[in-house]
Write a new protein. Sequence first.
Length: 354
Amino acid sequence: MPLFSADQCTTLGIKILEAAGASNEEATAVAHHLVEASLAGVDSHGIFRIPLYVGKILGGAYAEGLRETTYLKGMPIKTKANVRVVKSEGATAQVDGDWGFGIVTGIKAMEIAIRKASEFGVGIVTGRNCDHLCRIAEYTLMAANRNMIGAMFVKTRPIVTAFGGTSRCLGNNPISFAIPTGREEPIVLDFATSVVAYGKIMHAILTGESIPEGWMLNHDGNPTTNPNDWKEGGSLIPFGGHKGYAISVVNEILGGVLSGVGILSDYVGVNAFLAMALKVESFMPISEFTSKVDALIGRIKNSPKAPGVKEILIPGEPEFRNRNRRLKEGIPIPDSDWTNIKKTAEKLNVKIDL
């Protein structure tokens, strides 16, 4: 399993995406986002997706050999897309991604939400007609890094059962929050409303690994540990039973209905969403807020621990630790993923000089 630095991965990602037709601005944003996901240890949303994005841009031979078809279906990724604001009113706006990279659309939407929050105390922006957003925490962290609370509610394609159901109905509709702190790293929540992110099923298919029981049902509605059952009509399961299911329904409304793309399978894109930034200074001095959040973190971490538990972690802490470690040690790329990246580079006549 090779190890590469973040800079090496970013440079290669930019070269491959530009060779596939992306502008430098698009390629830079996407490559940086994927590398940040890999640094955080969220490999299912990291640089292994480069060949998948190229396959979605160019199709044909570039989509062959990936052994995963669901993501590659639907609207192709449009490069040099005209991501634009279609409506802006007070603290709200609507962004249309012109069927380009979801990452580019997500960044633009959160930037607008932050600007509006600076003026109005809150900014709420919907986004639609775009491809995969990838790791949602990257957007909410944009707000947290500006001393704001960031939130994102995302609609995806139907791949999860309803509570009590046996087939695909809702999306895995992820949700994320990021909250600024003083001495600590931001508090970050980022999870799908399914037991596991779909990207982990896709990664298991590509690597030939089995999956734990409790992640997925096969097409007959029975539990399975074979990720390839996905290609035969399998479906993910909502986390926490009725609780994850209920949050998914809300995300369907915030990310789908409010963004104007419709419900469930009406939308032909990969993601639609609602992004929000909340200006802390509109409620209290940021120093007072972060001091209290730091105190909260301290009390939680110092609370009594269960037998065998060495440390209580705060949401987002494992990912920040992964990032610090991988920045020093490098990003490990599984052999199968590295093979797909090299094949894609070769098809595009991109020289790999790592």
